[in-house]
Design a binder for this molecule. Structure first.
Ligand code: NAD
Ligand code: MG
Length: 398
């Protein structure tokens, strides 16, 4: 008999959050919802509260929290409403919680992730920026708290599914980890024309429906850069053991090449409910709602090397993953902050698409930083990097 898991979903109104609730709703006997959290989407949250009856609902913003509290009361729902950063940390670490789905976008999710890690939760990590920023600080919180860190990003879920059960054997058995990348909406576009890309075009991903930030990251391939950094921390390999190959069909979600050059890959349809269900049920398997892969209907699977054609010009940001991993401690956090500022500026039409890379590179070049050893250090570094990135944005605008 399975024991019912009590779950907190950080970022429940987003793309990963709603997919997680979809999987959970298929297994009412296995999962119950302890808390749902979001930034400001009051009406979506209200509907989720009515359907899933969590004990708590937390809005990051106070105005949204107060608005939700009024509506929850008016509807007579048995849900306690809170708001603010402390409340987010508390629902991520509350004693009754078994598992936390970390699906906030950006470094804003770091603090509740660390709270969940220190409290020894089963931590389902979609929020890659939190690990990119947190790095060793994040990993030591997981170790010290006795938490279980499970990847939700489809590539990392695939790698995890392709690795042996015992992490102690990974280092001696693994030769390389190969992350697949779809190449996003601009894989075949002339690099010179990327300056004309609009936010709408950048957010239209060919294979996946996702939040706006990760959609822009997929178009620049900064998403893959963040994923390379994420893989380095999740799987403990060296930066040069990580490789990226473009695979436009997104059928192979990623692969592991062993010392004998044998390759183990994980395949599936591009539906995040697959990796979400695996994280929720690991080491078991449960129905996810994702369609089965139909090999008879599959067209060819194709691959392109990153150094083929003019991909280096098209996706100049990818190499920053290795540069920051090999650079000074804290470099990955600087890169993440710069990229969050740059994507925001692009979505608000303050800079051009091709200038996202200029902001990232310019911020990395302009900062001198210290090795972060705590959440407080990381927050200072994150803030300074954002200020430096905003200065680059202002320069580009003028
Ligand atoms: P999204 O924009 O659809 O949703 C983000 C969620 O976080 C929302 O619920 C929002 O209310 C909340 N949020 C935003 N800013 C916040 C803040 N400052 N404080 C608290 N809450 C805040 O994003 P998404 O596509 O669901 O992505 C979530 C995370 O999962 C990202 O880190 C992304 O890289 C990762 N991820 C997403 C996908 C995908 O298919 N969407 C796949 C792999 C990884
Ligand atoms: Mg991914």
């Amino acid at each position: 008999m399975t024991v019912k898991q009590n779950i907190t979903i950080l970022g429940s109104t987003g793309s990963i959050g709603t997919n997680t609730l979809d999987v959970i709703s298929r297994h009412p006997e296995r999962f119950s919802v302890y808390a749902l959290t979001a930034s400001s989407q009051v009406d979506v949250m209200l509907a989720q509260c009515a359907q899933f009856k969590p004990a708590m609902a937390v809005m990051a913003r106070e105005d949204a929290g107060r608005a939700l509290a009024d509506k929850v009361k008016a509807e007579g729902l048995p849900v306690e409403v809170r708001w603010g950063a402390t409340a987010l940390d508390e629902v991520a670490s509350a004693p009754g919680v078994d598992a936390v789905m970390a699906a906030i976008v950006g470094a804003a999710g770091l603090s509740p992730c660390l709270a969940a890690a220190r409290a020894g939760k089963r931590l389902l990590l979609a929020n890659k920026e939190a690990l990119v920023v947190g790095g060793e600080v994040f990993l030591s919180a997981v170790r010290d708290g006795g938490a279980t860190l499970l990847p939700i990003d489809s590539e990392h879920s695939a790698i995890f599914q392709s690795l042996p059960d015992d992490p102690a054997t990974w280092q001696r058995r693994v030769h390389k980890i190969i992350l697949t990348a779809s190449g996003g909406p601009f894989r075949t576009r002339e690099p010179q024309s990327l300056k004309d890309v609009t936010p709408e075009q950048a957010c239209a991903h060919p294979n996946w429906v996702m939040g706006r930030k990760i959609s822009v990251d997929s178009a620049t391939m900064m998403n893959k850069a963040l994923e390379v950094i994420e893989a380095r921390y999740l799987f403990g390999v060296l930066p040069d053991q990580l490789e990226v190959v473009i695979h436009p069909q997104s059928v192979i979600h990623s692969m592991v090449q062993y010392r004998d050059h044998s390759v183990v890959a994980q395949l599936g349809t591009p539906d995040m409910r697959g990796p979400i269900a695996y994280g929720l049920s690991w080491p078991e398997r449960i129905e996810s709602g994702a369609a089965a892969l139909d090999f008879h209907a599959l067209a060819a699977m194709t691959f392109e090397a990153m150094d083929a054609r003019d991909h280096a010009q098209r996706f100049p940001g990818l190499k920053l993953a290795w540069e920051t991993l090999k650079g000074a401690p804290g470099s990955c956090a600087v890169l993440n902050a710069a990229n969050e500022v740059a994507v925001d500026a692009f979505l608000n039409r303050q800079i051009r698409f091709d200038q996202i890379h200029e902001v990232n590179q310019g911020t990395l070049d302009s900062l001198v930083w210290m090795a972060p050893e705590s959440l407080e250090n990381l927050m200072v570094l994150d803030q300074r990097s954002r200020e430096a990135a905003l200065a680059v944005v202002s320069r580009l605008k003028s």
